[in-house]
Design a protein around this ligand. Structure first.
Ligand code: FO1
Length: 330
């Protein structure tokens, strides 16, 4: 059994991947374990797709498409274009050949490999480690669970009834097919009905520090927290847990976190993030733009750290990683 690495990072997709890249510029990759949300996972064309795991892996391998923030750089799309031919002909009851979720030709190889290994009986934890190793990474990347834990989003059934007519749709239907442009009414976190792996539990319990990446608190960090036992483990060691707020000036840099928080009755700013994380984290890193919110953050019972959180250049990103680590080590 391998020993626990000193730094654990709780991760969603793009924001977490960029934060990890910065962290690995200031500490050795062999010191870090990334625990990654799999609530966004989906099955399309019979393939198991784990977007957040792949975004983290491709980013750290310097192979991510820098503009999209997902998928591989210099990608080609021949398979998707070829599928379009069949999409025109499929029966109305079928979802075969769907092209709304873009899978590049080289990215497809990752999903083919993952799906084949899972069919052979490998766990998602094992396959994820194989994929990270194949990309030459020394960081340990692990899924939050080996069981399927799909996040479903409740929307107005008149806008999209979903498969059961109750307005509950898959996360990727909401995020990609609807371009997260519709209101969210509720969230159903499949993570609450499965279990973290023993490796995840051990890591969150035994790592010297736990960092919560600047990811969506509801649908990226939320599923990991919803796994039975995880919030309790974090709460028990909250003084060595530091989170980075993904909201700057009341807005998400990417994605729908601000709108989702508003729809969930939360304040869509760093004070709302502080309220959500106060039970499990002792420190919250907020952006300099939000310095005026520091007292309100502190009033939530979480110590604010004010610094530049927009990882637009490597030096700023490295400083953010260093400050977050220092807060958790405090
Ligand atoms: N996001 C999109 O907005 N459109 C896509 O077609 C799309 C395809 C895709 C394929 C593989 C992958 O790993 C990620 C992909 N994403 C796409 C991103 C993904 O939906 C989101 O980044 C996450 O699920 C949210 O963290």
């Amino acid at each position: 059994m391998s020993s626990t690495r000193p730094i654990a990072v709780i991760c969603g997709g793009v924001g977490a991947a960029r934060f990890l890249r910065a962290l690995l510029s200031v500490v050795p990759a062999s010191d870090v374990t990334a625990i990654v949300n799999t609530g966004d996972d989906t099955v399309l064309h019979g393939l198991h797709i784990s977007p957040d795991l792949d975004t983290v892996t491709y980013t750290l391998a310097a192979a991510i498409d820098p503009t999209r923030g997902w998928g591989l750089v210099d990608e080609t799309w021949h398979a998707m274009e070829a599928l379009g031919r069949y999409e025109q002909r499929r029966p109305s009851s079928s979802t075969a050949g769907a092209t709304w979720f873009g899978l590049g030709d080289r990215d497809l190889a990752t999903h083919l490999y993952r799906t084949a290994r899972l069919a052979e009986g490998a766990t998602l934890t094992e396959v994820t480690a194989e994929i990270a190793s194949a990309w030459g990474l020394d960081i340990e990347i692990m899924p939050m669970s080996d069981e399927p834990a799909p996040t479903r989003v409740g929307v107005d059934p008149d806008v999209d009834p979903g498969p059961d007519g109750d307005g509950l749709i898959s996360f990727q239907d909401y995020f990609v097919r609807h371009r997260h442009a519709i209101d969210t009414r509720s969230l159903d976190l499949g993570a609450a009905r499965v279990h973290p792996t023993d490796a995840v539990t051990r890591t969150i319990r035994d790592a010297d520090v736990v960092l919560i990446a600047p990811s969506n608190p509801l649908v990226s960090i939320g599923p990991i927290r919803a796994l039975p036992g995880i919030d309790g483990l974090l709460a028990a060691r909250r003084s060595s847990v530091a989170a980075v707020s993904p909201l700057v000036g009341g807005a998400a840099l990417k994605g729908p976190a601000d709108r989702m928080m508003l729809n969930a009755g939360m304040r869509p700013d760093s004070v709302g993030v502080a309220a959500a994380y106060a039970p499990i984290a002792g420190h919250l890193v907020i952006d300099t733009v939000d310095a005026h919110l520091a007292d309100e953050v502190a009033a939530q019972g979480i110590s604010p750290v004010v610094t530049n959180t927009i990882m637009s250049d490597p030096e700023v990103a490295a400083a953010l990683a260093t400050s977050t680590l220092a807060a958790a080590q405090h």
